[in-house]
Design a protein around this ligand. Structure first.
Ligand code: GLA
Length: 407
């Protein structure tokens, strides 16, 4: 009898342990980033100028400008925030620029209804040369969780170039975040060189950069530096790897920088884009189901930039719950036609790649197999558009975006 009791006790304990394990496996981490993350990042506009006061001002501006309510929820502090490690190896922020510590910043951002992101690197040093996380993954993940961090961008400067090491280092941090007890979005940033779309999810990533750093220019023309069109072209074929919980990340939005960013505008050749180009940049990134992370100074952005970044029709395309990345289905001399499947229809983008205005025609039945009765809305105006054959003229580098909603 005594033995039976003991045995039953052990069985109950085993069952309970199993339940805890199962719960751990179904952590809220798996339901993070079911749509592409949206937010603000400090990098191109501010670089080393990140500080407690800047982040608070940005959080206030995100609310005041309607950016938060349009869906931009993550405020991400990029490189240069680290002060060092204390005697117990715990990371601490630069004491001059973050005099109240990082938890105070997180509390402020949370109180504004937003989330806080931070940055580190899978090596001893970050790209900017401050302390990275290699060898301290568990401790750093716990520290981030304790501060109330919701998103980690994890860079790959000063790390070996092979894919196996990259996977191992990213998985180490992915596992550490998972074990930290806090749901933290994990943004892999190794610039696409090791095809992270093949292993990013297995390493615990919710998004993975597919490209080197974007410059604030339409087209780079420089073999070593990428502009918006270069990046857009390099995304072709990656659509099969994106979906709820794991996204291709073609880098930050250049919209609104107008050449004022630091590393995004290293010289005069990268002095920004025209408004038409920023419009296409935003629309194309939405068609690609890209994470929408702005990095302009939202405290002083123009009404044009604000309206573009908060366009509800384009954001709805990006954030559609089906989670499909758009792809090119038709080309003509200067035009490229993309489609993105939506939970209730399809979005079509007609994009003029050339430096001249171009006229276009779209027959939704013949060209895009839209056979069902649909309501058609132009993403720019939000107004109903023609159901049948559509014709128009696109400005240089401009695009039209039509949403066909099933009835
Ligand atoms: C790399 C990343 C950038 C930025 C910088 C910070 O270049 O790709 O996005 O985070 O590092 O130093």
């Amino acid at each position: 009898m005594k033995n039976l009791k003991k045995w039953m006790c052990a069985a109950v304990l085993l069952l309970a342990a199993g339940a805890v394990q199962a719960q751990r496996e179904a952590t809220p981490l798996d339901t993070l980033a079911l749509t592409p993350p949206m937010g603000w990042n400090s990098w191109n506009q501010f670089e080393w100028e990140v500080s407690d006061s800047l982040i608070r001002e940005i959080a206030d501006a995100m609310v005041a400008t309607g950016m938060r309510d349009a869906g931009y929820r993550y405020i991400i502090i990029d490189d240069y925030w680290v002060g060092g490690r204390d005697t117990r190896n715990r990371l601490y922020p630069d004491p001059v620029r973050f005099p109240n510590g990082m938890k105070a910043v997180a509390d402020y951002v949370h109180a504004k209804g937003m989330k806080l992101g931070i940055y580190s690197d899978a090596a001893e040093l970050t790209c900017a040369g401050v302390t990275g996380s290699l060898g301290f993954e568990e401790l750093d993940a716990k520290t981030f969780a304790k501060w109330g961090i919701d998103y980690l961008k994890y860079d790959y400067c000063h790390a070996p170039s092979d894919r196996t090491t990259a996977f191992t280092r990213y998985k180490k941090m992915g596992d550490a975040l998972r074990a930290s007890g806090r749901p933290i979005v994990f943004a892999i940033c190794e610039w696409g060189g090791r095809s992270p779309w093949l292993w990013g999810k297995a390493a615990g990533g919710h998004l993975w950069r597919t490209t080197y750093d974007s410059r604030d220019t339409w087209y780079s023309g420089d073999a070593n530096l990428v502009g918006i069109l270069d990046i857009f072209d390099s995304q072709e074929g990656l659509e099969r790897y994106a979906g709820p919980g794991g996204w291709n990340d073609p880098d930050l939005l250049m919209v609104g920088l107008y050449g004022k960013g630091k590393s995004s505008s290293p010289d005069k050749r990268f002095a920004g884009c025209t408004d038409e180009e920023y419009k296409s940049h935003f629309a194309l990134w939405c068609m690609l189901a890209a994470p929408l992370i702005v990095n302009n100074d939202v405290r002083s952005m123009s009404e044009f930039t604000r309206q573009l970044l908060t366009n509800p029709h384009l954001i709805a395309i990006d954030q559609d719950s089906l989670g499909r990345q758009g792809y090119t289905f038709m080309r003509s001399d200067h035009l490229q036609y993309l489609r993105k499947e939506l939970s209730n229809g399809v979005a079509i983008c007609i994009f003029n790649r050339s430096d001249e205005p171009q006229s276009f025609t779209l027959d939704p039945v013949r060209d895009a197999d839209i056979l069902y009765p649909a309501e058609v809305v132009s993403a720019w105006s939000g107004k109903r558009a023609k159901k049948g054959v559509v014709r128009g003229v696109l400005p240089p580098h401009g695009c039209e975006v039509l949403i066909y909603r099933r009835k």
